[in-house]
Design a protein around this ligand. Structure first.
Ligand code: SF4
Length: 195
């Protein structure tokens, strides 16, 4: 059992990673999209992130080293998905290193509500590593697509003084990134704006 716990904290099922984004939180940020989500929000923009068999395993330490190497070019990281809180041991291992060994800010999107995440054993430790948490299911009937909230029911939790609501409001709603190999990535809280 202990060995299983250690394994789960050493690796993360990853959907995608981009080193520089301006539409996933304040300033320029690296973005980690985890792979796997069972919450099933109707109208989810990222259905390809749902299957836990998709994506690939990545070592938490390896991912952290990618992030650490970006210091000086980013002000923080954003973790999205998929559902980050369905990989809590690995998420915690990653964020604890970011907190302890860098000055990068941390923003996390979760589909769980604030009340739901209080039931998880790791939540207090996780919240101590996060500056901004955006919580709650995406509800297409309440689509908002601005201020980093996909729908109006989502709640914003400013867990440190590092950012205010104004910083979230200044985040562009979408962006197009052309990677060195020509791959085009469209991201942001309102990616449909480009389609
Ligand atoms: S929690 Fe996020 S990834 Fe999961 S179904 Fe809802 S919107 Fe999609």
């Amino acid at each position: 059992m202990a060995a299983e716990g250690a394994r789960r904290s050493r690796r993360l099922r990853l959907h995608a990673f981009i080193p520089h984004s301006r539409a996933n939180g304040p300033g320029c940020r690296a973005v980690v999209w985890v792979q796997g989500c069972t919450l099933g929000c109707p109208g989810c923009f990222n259905p390809e992130t749902h299957d836990f068999r998709g994506g690939q395993w990545v070592g938490v330490d390896e991912l952290f080293e990618c992030i650490r190497a970006l210091q000086g070019t980013i002000e923080g990281i954003t973790v999205s998905g998929g559902e980050p809180f369905q990989q809590r041991p690995a998420l915690l291992a990653l964020l604890q290193r970011v907190r302890a060994e860098t000055d990068l800010s941390v923003l996390v999107f979760t589909g769980y509500t604030w009340d739901e995440i209080q039931r998880f054993r790791e939540t207090a430790a996780l919240l101590s590593c996060i500056d901004v948490l955006i919580a709650g299911r995406y509800d297409e009937r309440l689509r908002l697509a601005r201020d980093l909230r996909g729908s109006a029911n989502k709640t914003v939790h400013l867990l440190t003084p590092r950012y205010g609501l104004h910083d979230l409001q200044l985040t562009p709603v979408s962006e197009v990134i052309i990677e060195p190999d020509g791959t085009v990535v469209i991201s942001g809280i309102d990616p449909l704006r480009w389609q």
